[in-house]
Design a protein around this ligand. Structure first.
Ligand code: ADP
Ligand code: MG
Length: 493
């Protein structure tokens, strides 16, 4: 039986964070009434002259420096000719033979902690098209479609990888890392719902060990990491099944339907356009000089990859933990602020404090953030200061970890509450009083002769069960290590 290998290359459209369009002064802000933000230049009305947005070019340079790509000192804007209702001017200004960025690579870690580097082919500047709207057109007949040209001319950086990814998981991890990088660099707002970051996935399969590439299909316009992973998984399975049943993959463009969890053919390569690319006669060669590159270089932040390695070295964190903290600038800021506050409140070693903070970020904080659509670290109701005071009370033994988790949920619900306020008003202080703990322990021993025998016969599980019962009696307020010690002492006496 043949073992199949999946091959994936991604093309990502990253909307650049500029005030105005790629070639016109119209605003790029999302959410305006339809067709209020399309400038005559975006529509290529007769007599207009486009001029490139310098901020967008800066973004491309920043990206190139971040991924170690080659910045073309001279690159060319070209017309890609095709007509579509959302592109009434009949061509898109893009870059073809001479893109602004060549090569580079992106390194990231997978959820299992292994590391990958993906080679980039190129990145080029282009303008976006408009948008067709097929539903929700108030006051119009049900079958009517509308065209909104507000997005026409919005600056995009299209980033293309080599066909080097070998699984859907790897492709999704790459896309997440790229998203993390462009938002970190502040060249993209990263808003997936609004279409600021969209992937096309090229997928093929080949017998494992084979060097030649199989025929690929391209799945267009995916704006969710989860959908990207599912679409690639489905598509690769479809191709394997097709080949194994004697068929052949046709090169075509497909769409992913998340409701039915499948990809569907949109158009085959035979219908593919000849785009008749040629240099746009209205735009001169894009020249980028050393001075401009130097200026951008001066303003570069520490990169996520550098920050990740620094965290691993400084606090001896695992690859996964460091990857979580550097998944975005906001995550790193949250970590740093919580750690700083915690270090000023208690005397944990910096390694231990860092590990404690990242554990809470990975568990409770992530859970609550995932549940609250649209909330990021910066808007978390449990702020770094509140989390630090919670962890302080956990560390100084005032509360148990179970109570701490309950309190985290309460702090999330009610931004007015303080950690100490909740502990006092609900009487949550951990019981350290040995008299009280002794009492509970004796009750549990008296009520469970079987467990006592088992423990004496060498079964450690029995001890854990008894600790659990004491904790229950105390309503989670007994100090678990005090309980364990007392139990052991009494059982062995
Ligand atoms: P196009 O111009 O049609 O978009 P490109 O050659 O520029 O095609 O490739 C686009 C993307 O497809 C790149 O990311 C590339 O790595 C990927 N790709 C090319 N061939 C294959 C293949 N056989 N299997 C998977 N991905 C591929
Ligand atoms: Mg393509």
């Amino acid at each position: 039986m043949t073992t199949w290998e999946i091959v994936v290359g991604l093309e990502t459209h990253v909307q650049l964070k500029t005030q105005s369009k790629m070639f016109s002064p119209a605003p790029t802000a999302f959410g305006a009434e339809p067709n209020r933000q399309a400038h005559p230049i975006d529509l290529a009305l007769p007599g207009v002259l486009p001029s490139p947005n310098l901020r967008a070019i800066d973004c491309a340079i920043r990206f190139a420096l971040a991924v170690g790509g080659e910045i073309a000192r001279r690159s060319v804007f070209a017309r890609k000719n095709y007509f579509y209702p959302d592109l009434p001017k009949g061509y898109q200004i893009s870059q073809f033979e001479l893109p602004v960025v060549a090569g580079g690579s992106l390194s990231f870690s997978l959820p299992d902690g292994s590391e990958r580097t993906v080679q980039l082919t190129r990145a080029h500047l282009e303008e976006d098209a408009g948008k067709s709207i097929h539903e929700g057109l108030a006051g119009l007949a049900p079958q009517t479609s509308g065209i909104d040209l507000n997005r026409a001319g919005t600056p995009l950086l299209e980033i293309v990888t080599e066909p080097v990814m070998r699984s859907a998981q790897e492709a999704a991890a790459y896309a997440r890392a790229l998203h993390g990088l462009v938002t970190w660099m502040d060249i993209c707002d990263g808003n997936l719902q609004e279409g600021s970051f969209r992937c096309d996935a090229n997928v093929s399969v080949r017998p494992k060990g084979s060097q030649a590439l199989g025929t690929r299909c391209e799945i267009k316009n995916i704006n969710s990491f989860r959908f990207l992973e599912r679409a690639i998984e489905y598509e690769a399975a479809r191709q394997v099944e097709l080949i194994e049943s004697g068929g052949q993959v046709r090169q075509e463009t497909r769409l992913f339907d998340p409701d039915r969890d499948e990809t569907r053919s949109m158009r085959s390569k035979e219908d593919a356009h000849d785009y008749r690319y040629f240099p746009d006669p209205d735009l001169p060669t894009l020249v980028i000089d050393e001075k401009t590159i130097d200026q951008v270089r001066q303003s570069m932040p520490v990169l996520p990859e550098q920050a990740r390695l620094r965290l691993i070295e400084q606090f001896r964190l695992s690859v996964q933990d460091a990857g979580l903290i550097t998944s975005g600038r906001d995550a790193l800021l949250y970590f740093e602020q919580t750690l700083a506050a915690l270090s000023s409140l208690c005397s944990l070693s910096s390694d231990k404090a860092a590990k404690l903070v990242v554990n809470w970020m990975a568990a409770d904080l992530s859970t609550f953030l995932n549940r609250s659509e649209g909330l990021g670290y910066a808007q978390a109701p449990v702020t770094p200061l509140r989390l630090a005071s919670l962890l302080e009370r956990l560390e100084d033994g005032t509360i148990s970890s179970k109570i701490a988790r309950d309190l985290f949920a309460q702090l999330w619900q009610d931004p007015e509450q303080t950690v100490d306020g909740l502990i006092e008003s609900q009487g949550l202080r951990q019981v350290q009083d040995t008299g009280q703990i002794d009492g509970w322990v004796e009750e549990v021993i008296a009520a469970n002769p079987k467990m006592v025998d088992e423990y004496k016969a060498g079964k450690d599980k029995a001890l854990n069960a008894m600790v659990g019962q004491v904790m229950k009696k105390s309503q989670g307020k007994a100090n678990p290590s005090a309980v364990t010690q007392t139990l052991k002492a009494k059982l062995e006496a």
